[in-house]
Design a protein. Structure first.
Length: 203
């Protein structure tokens, strides 16, 4: 069970642009790396507005170039910086239809599991941003990460997030991100966890 989330400890985001969430379908990608997935997703889903956040400068710069090389899709909003302050300060509660966390940096040692997305205190805050029925998809090649999330399912359930599907990604899958490509090519087992946010009282 993650420690309670303490909003007083979250600094202001570095990105100072005001953000007004557009009406309609809203998605968020945390740690999008060099941005292959957000650009493809935005092009393939013109009816969905995607916010994609990356905190590593070199990766973000590649993402930004990819975004501009694809005519800066109007439904894609790249954000440079740490996702946690941005989400906390810029997003109202219950505004998101979809979250992607694809191959987040894992902290495999058991004592550091609470630094991982879905095991960290911030999870409570992230879940609050979901609309009823919204989805959250997390992919990883780390068995320890999956085991730690599975050990935490009861607490996620209490917060309204329910694991709907756990799937091993087939080796011939059309990769979505550069890390997915790398891991599948070297025969790592990649797992996709698909959650849905539901009414806490429903089972
Ligand atoms: C292993 S890489 C995966 C990148 C991409 N999703 C992919 O699959 O190719 C993880 C990325 O998450 C980013 N990241 C980790 N924690 C983050 C945070 N709190 N806010 C924004 N980006 C974060 C890292 O900078 C890194 O680029």
């Amino acid at each position: 069970m993650p420690r309670p989330f303490n909003p007083d400890k979250i600094p202001e985001p570095k990105d100072l642009r005001p953000f007004d969430p557009p009406k309609g379908n809203l998605a968020l990608e945390i740690g999008c790396g060099v941005g292959y997935h957000p650009v493809q997703f935005a092009l393939e889903n013109p009816g969905i507005f995607l916010i994609a956040i990356e905190r590593t400068k070199e990766k973000f710069e590649k993402f930004q170039r990819r975004y501009e090389n694809h005519d800066s899709p109007k439904n894609l909003y790249p954000v440079f910086g740490d996702a946690i302050p941005w989400i906390h300060h810029k997003l109202p509660d219950h505004c998101l239809d979809q979250i992607f966390i694809l191959y987040p940096n894992p902290y495999p040692k058991s004592k550091h599991q609470n630094r991982n997305f879905l095991n960290m205190p911030f999870t409570q805050e992230l879940i609050k941003k979901l609309k009823m029925g919204a989805s959250l998809e997390l992919a990883t090649n780390s068995k320890e990460y999956v085991e730690a999330i599975e050990g935490n399912l009861k607490s996620l359930n209490t917060m309204g997030l329910k694991l709907n599907e756990k799937k091993v990604i087939p080796k011939d899958f059309k990769w979505r991100t550069h890390f997915e490509k790398k891991y599948l090519e070297r025969n790592d087992e990649c797992i996709n966890l698909f959650f849905r946010y539901h009414n806490r009282n429903q089972d």
